[in-house]
Design a protein around this ligand. Structure first.
Ligand code: HEC
Length: 198
């Protein structure tokens, strides 16, 4: 019988490399896992700046419009170190998250803090638990540096589309729209007031 994994062992990711003198992690017996190719990080500040109200307006949890596409915001309790913008909408004390797996991370600063902790094993003021020992330790990165990385991600511009006028590219865009990809992958979103973290 497979053992039931009731909690993450040293976090949600497998640290399959280690510095000399330390053992890389093995997949725990009974754990299910999937491989993830991380998406590009350019232009995400624009997504962070889309108002919650616009996301709620797009939500259609029960496919009320009958287009075969349903979707709902992911309401989560947010970490104390993030500052929600003035136009944030809450529900029972929870906020709409939009980054990370299953849109479980509130903003780019939180994603950066999680990445330092989970992807690189670097503890911070925001994520002080060392993934190797499971113990709280002093920050291994200055808080200002982490804030700066959040700001960098917020302001990293989206690349300009190449070959916009190439007929093949135009045709691809049309196919993308006609077969329903654009029902979820909205071609246009507008940014609105959201405050930066620092
Ligand atoms: C029901 C909603 C939905 C539809 C319809 C949909 N997608 Fe997606 N797509 C998503 C979501 C949600 C993600 C992000 C998944 C994640 O990050 O775990 C995604 C991710 C992607 C990605 C990866 C983006 C990245 O940066 O890693 C590509 C490429 C993509 N979709 C292409 C398509 C294409 C092509 C179609 C049409 C054939 C399509 N999608 C239809 C919801 C949808």
């Amino acid at each position: 019988m497979k053992p039931v994994i009731t909690s993450w062992i040293r976090g949600p990711q497998l640290q399959n490399r280690a510095i000399p003198g330390y053992q890389p992690e093995q997949i725990p017996a009974g754990a299910t896992f999937s491989k993830l190719t991380p998406p590009a990080v350019t232009g995400l500040g624009f997504l962070e700046a889309v108002p919650d109200a616009d996301l709620l307006a797009m939500a259609d949890p029960n496919d009320a419009d009958g287009d075969g596409i349903s979707g709902r915001p992911n309401w989560y309790t947010i970490p104390s170190f993030v500052t929600p913008p003035a136009n944030a909408i809450t529900q029972g004390g929870k906020y709409i998250c939009r980054f990370g797996k299953k849109a479980s991370v509130y903003n780019l600063l939180a994603q950066a803090a999680d990445a330092f902790s989970q992807d690189m094993g670097i503890a911070s003021l925001y994520r002080p638990i060392d993934v190797y020992s499971g113990k709280e330790i002093d920050p291994e990165i200055p808080t200002q540096e982490l804030n700066n990385i959040g700001f960098y991600l917020q302001t990293l511009k989206a690349p300009i589309q190449r070959d916009q006028n190439d007929p093949q590219v135009i045709l691809g865009g049309q196919v993308f729209a006609t077969i329903g990809c654009a029902s979820c992958h909205k071609p246009t979103l507008k940014t609105g007031l959201r405050l930066l973290n620092q």
